[in-house]
Design a protein around this ligand. Structure first.
Ligand code: NAD
Ligand code: ZN
Length: 368
C-alpha cells in the first residue's frame, strides 16, 4: 500500500525486469573498469519499504567517478563498485509497504550523488543532507548509475520535469546541482565578477551558465581552443584566460576587472593548480568557493592576505534535494544546457583516460 492515491501499483512490467544486466564494475581501486553483462538486478520483491528500482536511460560521467576508481581521496569507496551518479531513468518498482511515496511507478527521476539520507538527523534538518551520518553515496558507497537498473530511495530521487530530455538532464544531477549551490553561496550580487577555473569541464561549463542566469560577469579559466570556444562563443562568458598560456593569471584577472579583482571564484579544476592564485586575484571581501577535489591536495593560501582582504574561503559539497530541484528546473526552462557527447557504457574506460588528460569539453553522457 502506498500513501498516495493512484500509487498502488508497486511494479511496472514485473516480468520484464531481467535478473541480470550490463554494468561497469570496478573490482579494486586503481584497476580498469570491467564491462559485465551478467551483473545482478535487484528484484522488486527484494526492495525494502522506501526503496525503488529505476531503469536508467543514461548517465553522465563526472570526474568524481574517475577519482573513485583511482582511490584518490582519504575516504575510500566501497569495492567492488558500480560507479556513476548522474543517472536519469524511470521508476519500475517500489518496495512493498512504502508509505507516502512522492514518486510513483512510471515517473522519470534523477539519481544524484546523495543516494540516501535519513532526513531526520541534525544535518538533514539543516539542509545538509550530504553530511547525514547515514548518507549513502551513489557510485561510492552504494552501487551507482553505470548499470541498466539501479536501486534507489523514493524520498531522495529527483523528479525530472517534462521539457528536458533524459540525456540533457543527466549531468545537471551532479555537475549542475554542485555549481548552482556553490554559486548561490558565493555571496555575489548581479554584475559582480566571478572567476571560474575549470570553466571548460563538466562542472565548469554549467557554472558559466548558472552564473549568467544569476546576472554575474564571468571570467572563464581553462586550457585550449575547444574549451575557449565553448565558454566564449557558445556559453557567453565575458572573458577568457588560458591557464596553459597565461604566465600571470592574477594580473590578467585584475586587468579584466578594472584593477579590482574578482568578487568570487568557484574553483572546479580537478588539479590543485586551479586554486593557487585565487586568493590573490579576489578583491577585498571576495569569496573562494572550493569545489574541485584534486587528489591529495592542500589549499595553500596566504594567511596574511586572507585576513587582510577579508576573504571568505568556503567548501561546497554537491547539494540537497531542493538544490537539485532548482537546478533541474532552471535547465528544463532552457536557460542552462549541458553540452554533452553521447557514448555507449562500454566506452567508460576511454572516457576516464580523456577526463584524466583534461580532454573533455563539457560532459560525456553514456547510454545504456
Ligand atoms: P572535468 O575534468 O570535466 O573538468 C575539470 C576542468 O579543469 C578541465 O576542463 C581542466 O582542463 C580544468 N583545469 C585543470 N587544471 C586547471 C587549472 N590549473 N586552471 C584552470 N582549469 C584547470 O571535471 P569535472 O567533472 O568538472 O569535476 C571537477 C572537479 O570537481 C573534480 O575534482 C570532481 O571530483 C569535483 N567535484 C566536486 C563536487 C563537489 O561536491 N564539491 C561535485 C562534483 C565534482
Ligand atoms: Zn559528480
Amino acid at each position: 500500500m502506498l500513501g498516495r492515491p493512484g500509487t498502488a501499483l508497486t511494479t511496472l512490467f514485473s516480468n520484464s525486469i531481467p535478473k541480470v544486466q550490463k554494468a561497469a564494475v570496478i573490482a579494486k581501486t586503481g584497476e580498469k573498469v570491467q564491462i559485465k553483462d551478467d551483473h545482478p538486478v535487484k528484484q522488486p520483491d527484494q526492495l525494502k519499504p522506501g526503496e525503488c528500482l529505476v531503469r536508467l536511460h543514461c548517465t553522465g560521467v563526472c570526474h568524481t567517478d574517475l577519482h573513485a576508481s583511482l582511490g584518490d581521496w582519504p575516504i575510500p569507496p566501497s569495492v567492488p563498485l558500480v560507479g556513476g551518479h548522474e543517472g536519469v531513468g524511470e521508476v519500475v518498482a517500489i518496495g512493498k509497504n512504502t508509505m507516502g511515496s512522492p514518486v510513483k511507478v512510471g515517473d522519470r527521476v534523477g539519481i544524484k550523488w546523495v543516494a540516501y539520507s535519513c532526513l531526520n538527523c541534525e544535518q538533514c534538518r539543516k539542509g545538509l543532507e550530504q553530511n547525514c551520518a547515514d548518507v549513502k553515496l551513489s557510485g561510492y558507497t552504494t552501487d551507482g548509475t553505470f548499470q541498466q537498473y539501479v536501486q534507489s530511495w523514493v524520498n531522495i530521487v529527483t523528479p525530472i520535469p517534462e521539457g528536458i530530455s533524459s540525456e540533457a538532464a543527466a549531468s545537471v544531477l551532479c555537475a549542475g546541482v554542485t555549481v548552482y549551490r556553490a554559486l548561490k553561496q558565493a555571496g555575489t550580487v548581479p554584475n559582480d565578477w566571478v572567476a571560474l577555473p575549470g570553466a571548460g569541464g563538466g562542472l565548469g561549463h554549467l557554472a558559466v551558465q548558472y552564473a549568467k542566469v544569476m546576472g554575474l560577469r564571468v571570467i572563464a579559466i581553462d586550457g585550449g581552443e575547444e574549451k575557449r570556444r565553448l565558454c566564449m562563443d557558445m556559453l557567453g562568458a565575458d572573458a577568457w584566460i588560458d591557464f596553459t598560456e597565461t604566465k600571470d593569471i592574477v594580473s590578467e584577472v585584475k586587468r579584466i576587472t578594472g584593477g579590482r579583482g574578482a568578487n568570487a571564484a568557484v574553483v572546479t579544476a580537478a588539479s590543485s593548480g586551479g586554486y593557487t592564485q585565487a586568493v590573490d586575484y579576489l578583491r577585498e571581501g571576495g569569496t573562494l568557493m572550493a569545489v574541485g577535489l584534486p587528489a591529495k591536495a592542500q589549499l595553500n593560501a596566504s594567511i596574511f592576505f586572507t585576513v587582510f582582504k577579508n576573504i571568505c574561503i568556503r567548501g561546497s559539497y554537491v547539494g540537497n534535494r531542493q538544490d537539485a530541484i532548482e537546478a533541474v528546473n532552471i535547465a528544463a526552462s532552457g536557460r542552462v544546457k549541458v553540452h554533452y557527447t553521447s557514448k555507449p557504457l562500454k566506452e567508460l574506460e576511454r572516457v576516464y583516460e580523456d577526463l584524466g588528460k583534461g580532454k573533455i569539453a563539457g560532459r560525456v553522457v553514456l547510454t545504456m
